[in-house]
Design a protein around this ligand. Structure first.
Ligand code: GLC
Length: 478
């Protein structure tokens, strides 16, 4: 009986997994604009990007925005002296603007560290759900460049501009994260009603003028970001509950609570944005359709390759926002994630939350440095690669070079120092192997290949103390 229920449970879980993945792929709509296609193709080769969530909330070391949201969820809990009183809390949270002064902000330092680590693009929170603008908007004074914010007097106060400029100079692709919902705007959370949950707190159909104002505000802000910040490659739109009602997928739990039609007119926004930024990749997260040019599994890695462009966004610590003493993933964990994701054809967008002083936790720098040492030896199997069957077997993962007859086999190590067995067996069908080398080791490997089974023998001297870390990479030319 027990066994039967276990089997049933597994079957149900499997079905759910299939349903999720199926749903992701089924609704993907490939862009038809040739410039967007080209940009997307370029972006897919980059594999590794830097995500940053930053705002005045970093002063409290709390979750970004969510403690303002009157939902009873684990991540919306209010803490501190005002936690017991919602209105006092919101006031104190918004008042963080008046003490935000990240004087150590130096984006060149971030670019250097990210570049060394092998990251090739950046996505920055220009505005999160709380509505605080990390750019110089004319639409509100709830922004970093307002005289209410001490940092406004600093010549680098338009931090979005500074970040985009610094990363552009090193040829990173540039992504603007922008939250469609805005919990500070009186045209989203109208102060006449108390907010009830993450959604707009009035019925846009009943108050169309108010909703129109919100649409225009959003359109104008995105217009500013697309006009005054140099080349922007990706518009990463978060807050998927702001969507036309007809696109709601009630199979997805959090979408069940969306009662109102929250259509902000994506065709108008995208047309304007692409006029200013030809070829712009638009990521209207979870709103499957022509404006979700790639999908964004969050804090997870799909179990198998997806049939469209995708990116896993994953935190280096436990939180998107800066939390003092946060526990950062080890270099081994980060590299394992990167390899898994790339072997399934995706990109890894790894988040680091800058602190209130404007710098990262030193641990983040040290992780990036370790990742960089590995990338320098093994990056040729990561960038410009595509997924190749069988994708993985055990702790071995495969990628294929896009432009040559080369497959890379990544043998992931459970610890920092790589220890290899005397013999490694790989299964790769339909190739006639010509040569196998172990990256980072200047010795030829001995191997035999028979009917899709490749045996590599590792000499004793290479099994330990081989100088390799995190994952050994075999380059297989055919
Ligand atoms: C989650 C968080 C949100 C964050 C996003 C990044 O949805 O709730 O705050 O911006 O992940 O992907």
């Amino acid at each position: 009986m027990k066994k039967l229920s276990l089997v049933l449970l597994l079957l149900v879980q499997f079905k759910i997994l299939l349903a999720q993945e199926h749903q992701q792929s089924k609704n993907y709509v490939a862009p038809t604009d040739a410039l967007v296609q080209a940009n997307l193709h370029k972006w897919q080769q980059l594999k590794f990007g830097l995500f940053m969530h930053w705002g005045p909330y970093s002063q409290w070391g709390v979750v970004e925005s969510w403690s303002l949201c009157p939902e009873d969820e684990g991540w919306t809990q209010r803490k501190g002296p005002y936690g017991a009183d919602y209105n006092a809390y919101k006031k104190a949270y918004e008042n963080l603007q008046t003490s935000f002064n990240p004087v150590k902000f130096n984006p060149d330092k971030w670019v250097k560290a990210a570049k060394e680590a092998g990251m090739k693009y950046v996505v920055f929170t220009t505005k999160h759900h709380d509505g605080f603008c990390m750019f110089d908007t004319k639409e509100t004074d709830y922004r970093i460049t307002s005289t209410k914010t001490p940092y406004s007097s600093n010549p680098k106060s338009n931090v979005t501009k500074e970040i985009f400029n610094a990363f552009s100079k090193e040829n990173f692709m540039i992504g603007a994260y922008f939250s469609k919902p805005d919990w500070h705007s009186e045209n989203y959370w109208w102060p006449y009603f108390p907010p009830k949950d993450r959604n707009v707190n009035y019925d846009p159909a009943k108050y169309p003028d108010k909703w129109q104002k919100f649409k225009d505000f959003t359109y104008n802000q995105i217009g500013e970001l697309m006009s005054n910040y140099g080349k922007v490659d990706i518009l990463w739109l978060d807050g998927g509950w702001v969507r036309p009602k007809k696109t709601i997928n009630t199979e997805v739990n959090w979408q069940k609570s969306i009662t109102f039609n929250q259509d902000i007119d994506m065709p108008r926004i995208a047309a304007m944005a692409r006029e200013k930024q030809p070829g712009l990749i638009v990521v209207d997260r979870t709103v499957a359709g022509p404006y979700e040019n790639y999908t964004t599994p969050e804090q997870q890695v799909p179990n198998s390759p997806l049939d469209h462009p995708w990116e896993s966004c994953i935190t280096m610590g436990n939180s998107w926002s800066y939390v003092p003493g946060d526990k950062y993933k080890s270099a081994n964990e980060i590299i394992t994630l990167l390899i898994k994701i790339v072997s399934r054809g995706g990109n890894l967008l790894m988040n680091i939350g800058p602190g209130p002083d404007g710098d990262w936790d030193p641990v983040a720098y040290s992780r990036l440095q370790q990742v960089g040492s590995w990338i320098k030896v093994n990056g040729e199997g990561i960038y410009n690669s595509t997924a190749v069957a069988p994708y993985s077997e055990g702790s071995t993962y495969y990628t294929k070079a896009a432009n040559s007859n080369t497959i890379y086999a990544f043998v992931i190590s459970a610890q920092d120092a790589v220890i290899l067995p005397s013999n490694i067996t790989l299964h790769l069908k339909d190739i006639k192997v010509k040569n196998i080398t172990l990256l980072g080791v200047h010795k030829k490997a001995k191997w035999t290949a028979n009917d899709g089974t490749i045996n590599i023998s590792i000499p004793a001297a290479l099994q330990t103390n081989n100088g390799l870390t995190q994952a050994a990479v075999f380059k297989i030319q055919y």
